[in-house]
Ligand binder design. Structure first.
Ligand code: GAR
Length: 223
């Protein structure tokens, strides 16, 4: 059973998916603590309802280094094996990233993951769904990746693809992506819990998984 810390700034539906997967036995782990930089975040309510500890470290007007130092101190009380960013709208400082980096344990891979609502390396940063629509992409999706010092630039663990429809609004596309987020984030966390993730350079291997059929995904309108 791994000890999981979740960092969230928003409503926390990804946190909800992780909590459900822990409760349902799809993740061999427990969410020990949920930390937010936003005192009113819905994620904190979900955490309380599930019996997880909560920590609030407001970020408004606080220098990035001192904020992250406080977050690190609060997290360390809960001795997490894995830190999951789930809608945590902050770029982590190098000190934070290295505290949970590949050399911080014997697992040989970082101990921080993030979920991003686009097919990285396309559309990193804010408003990823809006970026995909404005660009005219035929597909978008979501990515679970290890966290490094850049913006959504760490090694990719798993992705899911959804079509972008002509009729899509930003909200409709976000909802289609979100339901895939809720499916792939728990899977990535379970692979970590099972010790199946290996990192070599930028390439992540999921030990013991079958290679998929190399089928092409066809664009909408491509009959
Ligand atoms: C999710 O779509 C997540 O991928 C995104 O914020 C949303 C949080 O929703 N994260 C980012 O954009 C990070 N760059 P949630 O609070 O309902 O899980």
């Amino acid at each position: 059973m791994i000890r999981i810390a979740v960092l969230a700034s928003g409503s926390g539906t990804n946190l909800g998916a992780l909590l459900d997967a822990c409760a349902g036995g799809q993740i061999d782990g427990r969410v020990e603590v949920v930390l937010s930089n936003m005192p009113g975040a819905g994620a904190l309510e979900r955490a309380r309802a599930a019996g997880a500890a909560t920590e609030v470290v407001p970020s408004k007007g606080v220098q990035r280094e001192s904020h992250d130092a406080e977050v690190l101190a609060r997290l360390s009380r809960h001795t997490p094996d894995l830190v999951c960013l789930a809608g945590y709208m902050r770029l982590l400082t190098p000190r934070f990233v290295s505290a949970y980096g590949p050399t911080s344990s014997t697992r040989g891979c970082p101990r921080i993951m993030n979920i991003h609502p686009a097919l990285l390396p396309s559309f990193p940063g804010l408003h990823a769904q809006r970026q995909a629509l404005a660009y005219g992409a035929r597909f978008s999706g979501c990515t679970v990746h290890f966290v490094d010092e850049g913006t959504d630039s760490g090694a990719i663990i798993v992705q899911a693809v959804v079509p972008v429809l002509e009729s899509d609004t930003e909200e409709a596309l976000a909802a289609r992506i979100l339901s895939e987020e809720h499916r792939i984030y728990p899977r990535a966390v379970q692979w970590f819990a099972q010790g199946r993730l290996a990192l070599e350079g930028r390439r992540v291997t999921v030990r013991g998984s079958r290679p998929p059929e190399p089928v092409a995904l066809r664009s909408p309108w491509d009959e």
